[in-house]
Structure formats: structure tokens, C-alpha cells
Ligand binder design. Structure first.
Ligand SMILES: [Cu+2]
Length: 289
């Protein structure tokens, strides 16, 4: 790649990044919990971790755009000032100690600036606080099983995508499910995530909460969230897991403590009195789409 095409490459990516920034700011995201049609920026964050992720993203984006513009300016200067016509007798300089120290030290400083918030965020994500509620979530082929522990009533249920025919007003095609997981607002929810041991790897992801954790057969992974706003938050399996990978959405409804207690009463009846769901069963037949 010669200097000219490199310059063009940098110029076009810097332009695209700048465009994304402008469009993202202008959109100001109307919806919570899911992407709006044509949305450019992230979904609205409703947890501290999700906000920190987006802040880190913005910091890094600003730094890389600045670097790209700086490199572009250098390339343009080289092209304009030091071409054969403008500069027929080139300098034969090969070393410049000050410059060499600068282009070693400055990138190190930039990396440190990025590393500090990055490590701080990783620590926040990976230090699981003591949860008010612990849910066990199992990725199956192809749906999610949510198990509520003994202190919440000891029941579990399968949450499956709503077929198009059953969609009601307010539902979102390919995100709405038959049984949403319900949690109270402003409570720490610990998640234990695994997958059907006879199945495949899935990934449990809810962008508004800033969580993504692999659901691996035979292993327990952990993550947590504390949603600060009531609403329904959607996610999708984020590990290419097989034929219905695209059809196992995640829907978590965050409600007030009273509404949660009311839901628990109903859910205990609805799910615990039914024949216990074998959380490791292959629910291909149940899908019936
Ligand atoms: Cu999956």
C-alpha cells in the first residue's frame, strides 16, 4: 500500500467515524430496551455498567478519530510539501532522537489513558455483588430457561419467541416472547448462566444492561445487573448456536417491587404447579413454528 492509498483509507474511515458521531448525537435514542429502526448509536443504558461501557466507547472513539485526523494531516503535509516538484532536493536526515522518543512515549501514554477506565470497568463487571435475587439461566436449543430460586418461589419456565401470528400491539417481531423474565427495579440481580449439557454454546446478552455472558454446557458463568428504570429490555442470543440462533430472543421486564411480588404469586401458580419443566429437555417439539 503506498502513501496515497493509505491516506485515502485513513480519510474515509475518519469521515465515517465522524459521521457516526454526528448521527448518534442527533438521534438521541427515543426507545429504551430495543433498537429503533434506523438507529445508529447504542441502545439506552439503564445500568451503571452499561453507561460505563458506552462512556469508554466514546472515549476510545474520540481518541482514535483524533489519531486518524493527525495521521491524515501528516500524510497530506508529506504529499503537498515533500513531493518531487515542491522539494526537488530532499533532506538526507535519518534520525531524530527527540522525535523517536516522542513517538514511543506518546502512544504509551494514550494506551494508559485507555487502560485505566477499561480495567476499572472490567473490575466492576467481574466483581459480582451480593444479589438480591439470583436467577439461573439456561440456554437451550432454542429458547431460554429461567429458574427462580427457593427464596423466590422455586420455579422455572421456558421463554420462547412469539410467532408472528401471536404478536399483539406493543410486541416487537422476533424479540417478544411468551414468558418474560420479570425482576424488580433497582435490585441487584445475579445471573448464573449455563447451557443444556447435551446442547451447544449460547450467549446471554442484554445491551441496555451492558451484559453478555456465554452459556456453556457443563459450566456456570456469572454476571449481574441492577436496572435503574422500569420497562422491558430485549436481547438476543449472541453466539452462533445453530438453526434457530436468530429465534431465541431474551426479554426481561423490570417492574416495581410490588408488581414483582404480584407477578411472583401468579408465576408460582402458573409454573410451579405445572409439571416441572425439564430444563435440559430438547424443546424442539415445543417450538412448533
Ligand atoms: Cu443460542
Amino acid at each position: 500500500m503506498n502513501l496515497r492509498t493509505m491516506g485515502q483509507k485513513f480519510a474515509s474511515s475518519a469521515g465515517a467515524a465522524a459521521l457516526t458521531l454526528v448521527a448518534g448525537a442527533a438521534m438521541a435514542q427515543e426507545g429504551y430496551g430495543h433498537a429503533e429502526p434506523g438507529q445508529m448509536d447504542f441502545q439506552m443504558p439503564v445500568t451503571e455498567v452499561a453507561r460505563d461501557i458506552q462512556d469508554l466507547h466514546k472515549l476510545v472513539l474520540i481518541i482514535i478519530v483524533a489519531i486518524m485526523l493527525f495521521v491524515l494531516a501528516l500524510l497530506v503535509a508529506v504529499i503537498v510539501k515533500f513531493n518531487e516538484k515542491a522539494n526537488p532536493t530532499p533532506s538526507r536526515t535519518t534520525h531524530h532522537t527527540g522525535l523517536e522518543v516522542a513517538w514511543t512515549v506518546i502512544p504509551i501514554l494514550i494506551l494508559v489513558v485507555m487502560a485505566i477506565p477499561s480495567f476499572r470497568l472490567l473490575t466492576k463487571q467481574l466483581t459480582i455483588p451480593k444479589g438480591d435475587i439470583t436467577l439461573k439461566i439456561t440456554g437451550e436449543q432454542w429458547a431460554w430457561n429461567y429458574a427462580y430460586p427457593k427464596d423466590q418461589g422455586d420455579f422455572d419456565f421456558i421463554s420462547e419467541i412469539k410467532p408472528d401470528k401471536q404478536l399483539k400491539p406493543g410486541d416487537i417481531r422476533q424479540l417478544s416472547v411468551d414468558n418474560e423474565a420479570v425482576v424488580p427495579v433497582n435490585k441487584v440481580i445475579d445471573l448464573i448462566v449455563t447451557a443444556d449439557p447435551t446442547g451447544v454454546i449460547h450467549s446471554f446478552t442484554v445491551p441496555s444492561f451492558g451484559i453478555r455472558v456465554d452459556a456453556v454446557p457443563g459450566r456456570l458463568n456469572q454476571t449481574w445487573f441492577k436496572a435503574e428504570r422500569e420497562g422491558i429490555y430485549y436481547g438476543q442470543c449472541s453466539k452462533i448456536c445453530g438453526k434457530d440462533h436468530a429465534f431465541m430472543p431474551i426479554a426481561i421486564r423490570v417492574v416495581s417491587e410490588e408488581a414483582y411480588q404480584a407477578w411472583l404469586v401468579d408465576a408460582k401458580k402458573k409454573f410451579a404447579s405445572a409439571a416441572p419443566v425439564n430444563e435440559f429437555a430438547d424443546n424442539n417439539s415445543a417450538a412448533a413454528r
